[in-house]
Design a protein around this ligand. Structure first.
Ligand code: DGJ
Length: 546
């Protein structure tokens, strides 16, 4: 008996320390965004990660419809699901929280070996308060709406209300607390506070308080960031109402992000409803306040707790898509496409996204709940449509960690077949790299001595490529429905491809599986319909070995 009492504390200590070890084993390093020399990496489990995601439909944030999403994500070779969690769902009664869906989501995601990006649908969901709880929606005395110029209520909640912000923040912080306490393994890798913020038609709150603030000098932080000064109108002219609303929306969202990060500092980003890639938008024709490309500096100044802003792309014009990617890929803004249409033709834009150092990509509406948001996306998620995302995802997925590591430190380039089918090229180091489309793997388009039918994919909106320059003489190439050709830049005629290896990476090291030569290289490098990763070694036969 005596012995037992002496052993018991020891046994208890052992049990306790074993529990602690188990818990510690489950915990992984916190995901974070790392930016260096103008390049960005999303760090997950301690190493760079590319988010190959699909976003579910808006109302799939319940246990049953969620089950209809995993097979679609599996078919796409996705590693991450973007999924909403709604304020109305978490806090249906004020002060009473329900995290049953969040736990269900964590459980299902873990069972399906996927990571999660959580979308907080709160004060703004496509600008609307539709996802706020009824006690918020129905009490506009306490949670006021924006006023239009005539003094009428607009549909959107005002960003000027501290009461609304604090209520939204309380619920958001509870979500982050739940993640802190129940997601030590960081199944959730990123959080998007709010969804497509701003306000359509009414560019700012014209309430008495709104007018009072609008007449003031712009905040000092904003003045420093933009080099502007004076009142909103003096500083921003015609865009003043929009700049004003942007500042207050961004400050509101920042308050959520800051408080959420104090609980669990996951990367947080905001998404933009876009309004044209080159025009400075009419303040009444855009989601005024949202993080569109031309107001990113205002967002950066007002919302330092937000890691980056991201474009939701539903524009099918290839030139516009590329412009959007360029606008959001900035040294101070990591490129990530949190939404893009799920029609087949959007799949090819994965390549220019990662070619610009993009850290993630996610077509919208990727579940089998029978809902399709055509004309923004697909009319059906048939096999061909899913394949447009599955092929690039499978290719990059096969070397995901390696591509993420390389792209965060080395020059990269990517292109998609443009609407006019023209060749796309760039110069990386000593080499000009050209992507052309719709060609058979063998032979040249301009051959007249033999007739050839057009390729079945030649008239279709498919084709893309991504290239990384590994060293002065080596390049990594991936893509689909593309011919990639290398020619020495700067008019040199002594350049040659020394070798083309197909292979993969193992433990960060290149492993060659075969050498491409002969027909496989005589007519460019033709990557068509299967995941293939190539490493090209170039050289100069006149001696300068680069
Ligand atoms: C963009 C929004 O962010 C999504 O939630 C969804 O409404 C799509 N538009 C369109 O279906």
């Amino acid at each position: 008996m005596k012995k037992l009492t002496r052993i018991a504390p020891l046994a208890l200590a052992l049990v306790l320390s074993a529990t602690a070890v188990n818990a510690a084993e489950k915990a992984t390093p916190l995901p974070r965004l790392e930016s260096r020399d103008g390049r960005h990496a999303l760090i997950v489990d301690g190493a760079p990660f590319i988010m190959l995601a699909g976003q579910v439909n808006n109302s799939s944030n319940y246990a049953e419809p969620l089950k209809a999403a995993w097979p679609v994500l599996d078919a796409m070779h996705a590693n991450t699901m973007e999924v909403p969690i709604a304020w109305e769902q978490v806090e249906p009664v004020e002060g009473r929280y329900d995290f049953s869906f969040l736990q269900e989501l964590l459980d299902q995601a873990r069972a399906h070996d996927k990571r999660v990006v959580l979308l907080w649908f709160g004060t703004w969901k496509n600008t609307s308060p539709a996802y706020t709880p009824a006690w918020v929606k129905l009490d506009n005395a306490r949670f006021p709406r924006m006023k239009d110029q005539q003094g009428n209520d607009h549909g959107v909640l005002t960003p000027l209300s501290k009461v609304t912000m604090e209520a939204d923040r309380r619920a958001f912080v509870k979500v982050m607390e739940y993640l802190r306490d129940h997601d030590r393994q960081n199944t959730v890798i990123m959080v998007q506070p709010e969804n497509e913020t701003g306000s359509y038609r009414v560019p700012r709150d014209y309430s008495a308080e709104g007018n009072r603030l609008f007449a003031q000098q712009i905040p000092a932080t904003l003045a420093r960031k933009t080099g502007k000064s004076g009142t909103w109108e003096q500083a921003f002219g015609k865009q003043a109402p929009r700049a004003f609303n942007t500042w207050y929306v961004a400050s509101f969202v920042n308050a959520l992000a800051e408080a959420g990060k104090a609980v669990k500092p996951l990367p947080m980003y905001v998404n933009a409803s876009l309004s044209g890639p080159s025009n400075v938008p009419d303040p009444t024709g855009v989601a005024s306040g949202g993080p569109q490309w031309d107001v990113l500096d205002i967002w950066k100044a007002a919302a330092p707790a937000i890691d980056f802003a991201a474009p939701d792309i539903y524009d099918r014009d290839s030139g516009n898509v590329i412009q959007y990617l360029d606008k959001y890929a900035r040294p101070d803004n990591a490129l990530m496409v949190p939404e893009i249409g799920n029609a087949r033709e959007f799949g090819r834009f994965f390549w220019p996204t990662i070619g610009r150092g993009g850290i993630g990509f996610s077509p919208f509406g990727m579940d089998d709940t029978g809902y399709f948001n055509y004309p923004l996306g697909a009319t059906r998620l048939d096999e061909k449509t899913i394949a447009a995302f599955a092929l690039p995802y499978a290719t990059v997925g096969s070397i995901m960690r390696d591509w993420a590591r390389i792209a965060s430190t080395r020059p990269t380039w990517g292109a998609a077949k443009p609407d006019d089918g023209s060749d796309q090229s760039t110069t990386l180091g000593d080499w000009k790299i050209t992507a052309s489309w719709g060609q058979w793997q063998f032979g040249m388009k301009d051959w007249t001595w033999i007739k050839a039918d057009p390729t079945p994919w030649g008239a279709e909106p498919v084709g893309g490529v991504a290239v990384a320059q590994l060293s002065d003489s080596e390049y990594l190439v991936m893509g689909d429905h593309v011919r990639v050709s290398f020619s020495a830049a700067n008019g040199r005629s002594d350049g040659m491809i020394v070798s083309v290896e197909e292979g993969t990476f193992k433990d960060g090291k290149w492993i060659m599986s075969r050498v491409w030569n002969g027909d496989q290289t005589d007519y460019g490098l033709n990557l068509i319909d299967r995941p293939q990763v190539l490493k090209i070694t170039t050289g100069f036969h006149s001696g300068k070995q680069r």
